[in-house]
Design a protein around this ligand. Structure first.
Ligand code: PLP
Length: 388
């Protein structure tokens, strides 16, 4: 990475680890066989995919047969929700989700609503946390599916998924959780969570882009939505992204050796950045939960300023951050997550997200603490809303 770049948008994506790139390389050239063929070079690739599947399954406490490879986190969420809703529509048509889900969950739920499913969005508190009691209250005799993300991509709040999984299990309801932001960041175990369906995406944990996985607990009914060959036990047809799958497994192997230490170091830098900015900039506050949050997430609301203007000014210093999730940062609509925690449109528009990663150093954090306050000050001076 270039020295002038301070990359603080690891929730949007991460650079592939060098060991990942190296592991993938042969599968672009000499190990090019199609894993569905029965001759030697195909069988060798099949064996490599099986090994990758075992590694990924093992990491989340699953059985290899419960892992389906997909093209990304979005596809995993779509397959989980649409696939399980249609497979279980004979039992009921009611779905419960939190109000802070990623668009990869919101949009398939909108699609299902257009197809006759009824969706209840359970609110969150001021810190973005769902109360499991509210999930329990929302359950009806027709509820077939509950979807609550493991941790929020914008404000970093970690949800009480274990309690929600328990409630779902007691009522015989399928529990889906989007673990795209937690895998390789905090421990993820499908049995502890009680998940039937769990989505992951490699590019969020120093793996390649364009590959993800969906965990599907044995016995969970789910229909496919890509039809064709027999790949992935007919649950997701299409020739596998072989190098991507190998890279994803390697990224998990790398993370399993360093995750705990990284989390401690990164959380220290996170707290330094939060304290530094909040103490230097008046009329600012932390969005998200003060303690139940991802080790790498900082989301701060700066009143009387516009997020986009702050971003452009930071960009001029080589500092890359975000105003919302990567997918919504191109729109002018305020983030639904920030509105769900009770922020006004104006304050939501003045919020910035910094997500730290392996390459983040203390001196980078100090640079942000030095550069951002004068930017906010300058922008406020130009704002008609700001009175001194
Ligand atoms: N779910 C969450 C919580 C995310 O943060 C993201 C990406 O930002 C996705 C799903 C979508 O993942 P992908 O980019 O692999 O489609």
């Amino acid at each position: 990475m270039s020295e002038v770049m301070i990359y603080l948008d690891h929730a949007a994506t991460t650079p592939a680890d060098p060991a990942v790139v190296k592991a993938m390389e042969p599968y672009h050239s000499e190990k090019f066989g199609n894993p569905s063929t029965i001759y030697k070079i195909g069988r060798e690739v099949r064996a490599a995919i099986d090994e990758a599947r075992d590694k990924i399954a093992d990491f989340i406490g699953a059985d290899s047969s419960e892992i389906i490879f997909t093209s990304c986190g979005t596809e995993s969420d779509n397959l989980a929700l649409i696939g399980s809703a249609f497979a279980n529509e004979n039992k009921g048509n009611h779905i419960i989700a939190s109000s802070v889900e990623h668009h990869a969950v919101i949009e398939p739920l909108k699609f299902l609503a257009r197809r006759g499913f009824e969706v209840t969005h359970v609110p969150v508190d001021e810190f973005g946390e769902v109360d499991p009691a509210d999930i329990k209250k929302a359950i009806t005799g027709k509820t077939i599916l509950i979807s609550v993300m493991h941790a929020n991509n914008e404000i970093g709040t970690i949800q009480p998924v274990t309690e929600i999984g328990q409630i779902a299990k007691e009522r015989g309801i399928i529990f889906h959780t989007d673990a795209v932001q937690t895998i390789c960041s905090v421990p993820v175990n499908v049995d502890d969570i009680g998940a039937n369906l769990l989505a992951i995406s490699a590019h969020k944990f120093y793996g390649p882009k364009g590959v993800g996985a969906l965990y599907v607990r044995k016995g969970t009914k789910m229909v496919a939505h890509i039809y064709g060959g027999e790949q992935e036990r007919r649950r997701r047809a299409g020739t596998e992204n072989v190098s991507g799958i190998i890279g994803m497994a390697k990224a998990i192997e790398v993370a399993s050796g360093r995750m705990e230490n990284d989390a401690v170091r990164i959380a220290m830098l996170r707290d330094k950045l939060i304290d530094g900015l909040l103490s230097k900039v008046e009329e600012s506050h932390l969005n998200g939960h003060p303690t139940k949050r991802l080790p790498n997430n900082v989301n701060i609301a700066f009143r009387y300023v516009e997020g986009e203007s702050m971003l452009l000014n930071l960009d001029a210093h080589g500092i890359y951050a975000s105003t919302g999730s990567a997918c919504s940062s191109a729109t002018l609509e305020p983030s639904h997550v920030l509105l769900a925690i009770g922020l006004s449109h104006e304050v939501a528009h003045g919020s910035l997200r910094f997500t730290l990663g392996r390459s983040t150093t203390e001196s980078q954090i100090e640079t942000v603490i030095e550069k951002l306050p004068p930017v906010v000050e300058r922008l406020r001076m130009m704002s008609p809303l700001y009175k001194r």
